[in-house]
Design a protein around this ligand. Structure first.
Ligand SMILES: Cc1cc2nc3c(=O)[nH]c(=O)nc-3n(C[C@H](O)[C@H](O)[C@H](O)COP(=O)(O)O)c2cc1C
Length: 342
């Protein structure tokens, strides 16, 4: 009921403004022990089943996907909604504004979003200052990293390795984002020699941090749903060659086959209900190609607890939510965690 009223009120605002308002409310509520306890009472799951993956223990299988809290402003509040992991970011090394507004579009009838944010980021220093060793309710913290728009593609590896060094002390895991459609050329880093070179450099940076910190931070790579079989094989070969710890599938799609209406033609990445089938298929294809051992996090169009179960059935070890929470409200987290604990 509260979810419904809050959602309807937020939906009166322009998409990005309503998101900022929700994040602000969560930041305030999450800033104190009393606020976190209240959120936990209202939204926290009553039962959950832990998952061990990549050497980490996740309190449950349901995480918050990257992009919701790019600057780690509200991550403690988000953790107390019941997420077993929260992936903040994408963070870039230097601050950058992203694309001009409007840049997020709500296709309400179709339960989809289109965004062309283009990595607005406060930069590594500011975001790092917001993170510390505290982990409310044992939530696992992921940091999703990306390159600055003005860094040439040939120099992208230096942005990513700088971010590994910047965040290895506070992140439980790191995600290399090469799949956003909104940074020109970024997806070219997703296949072939470019991906192998990038991931090898990232793993070398991580290994240097392991020596420095005495703790090994697992690294995942996040892939697009728009890869054909040959590109997917290529990407998975690079993952194996570089000994990356896991894959997150998928980011938003450029495909517009399953949406209609004037907003459907806005430039950007599409997420939500129109992505469910495609992202599930990518999970299934990755699991079939990579075998049982590769840690796989499924994301894209998980709008209901049954969608989440279907994603695990397709081969994912964990799932992440984003657009489902925008349309379904934070109650979806508890319902999904409890469903997956059955
Ligand atoms: C407004 C918006 C911003 C996003 N920003 C990021 C981002 O910064 N980094 C990233 O890796 N993914 C980002 N994503 C992609 C999501 O993490 C997720 O992969 C995608 O939306 C598919 O999941 P969904 O259908 O449940 O939303 C963003 C998605 C949306 C809707």
């Amino acid at each position: 009921m509260i979810d419904r009223v809050l959602r309807d009120a937020l939906f009166l605002l322009e998409s990005e403004r309503s998101h900022d308002t929700a994040l602000q409310l969560l930041a305030v509520a999450g800033a104190t022990e009393a606020g976190r306890a209240a959120l936990r009472t209202m939204y926290g799951p009553r039962t959950q089943r832990p998952v061990s993956l990549m050497g980490l223990t996740f309190p449950n299988a349901v995480g918050l996907a990257a992009g919701y809290d790019k600057g780690a402003r509200a991550w403690a509040g988000l953790a107390t909604l019941g997420f077993g992991h929260v992936e903040i970011g994408t963070v870039t090394p230097k601050p950058q504004p992203g694309n001009p507004r409007p840049r997020v579009f709500r296709l309400t009838e179709q339960a989809c979003l289109i965004n062309r944010l283009g990595f607005p980021s406060e930069g590594a220093d500011v975001v790092h200052r917001r993170l510390g060793p505290a982990r409310p309710y044992g939530t696992v913290l992921g940091v999703n990293i990306g390159k600055n728009k003005d860094t040439p593609l040939e120099e992208a590896a230096s942005d990513y390795t700088a971010l590994v060094h910047a965040f290895a002390d506070v992140a439980d895991y790191l995600t290399v984002n090469v799949s956003s459609p909104n940074t020109p050329g970024l997806r070219k880093l997703q296949t072939g020699a470019a991906l192998t070179a990038l991931l090898t450099a990232v793993v070398a940076a991580r290994d240097a941090c392991t020596e420095r910190l005495g703790r090994r931070v697992p690294v995942t790579v996040k892939l697009a749903p728009d890869l054909d079989d040959a590109d997917l094989d290529d990407a998975l070969q690079a993952v194996a060659d570089a000994a990356i710890d896991g894959v997150i599938a998928t980011n938003t799609t450029l495909d517009r086959d399953r949406v209609h209406g004037p907003l459907a033609q806005e430039t950007g990445g599409l997420s939500g209900a129109a992505l469910t089938a495609k992202a599930t298929d990518v999970c299934r294809r990755i699991r079939a190609r990579a075998g049982d051992a590769l840690p796989l996090i499924g994301v894209g169009g998980i709008m209901t607890p049954d969608d989440a179960q279907a994603r695990l059935d397709a081969g994912a070890d964990l799932v992440q939510l984003y657009t489902g929470v925008v349309f379904g409200g934070p109650g979806l987290v508890r319902q999904t965690v409890e469903r997956l604990a059955r």
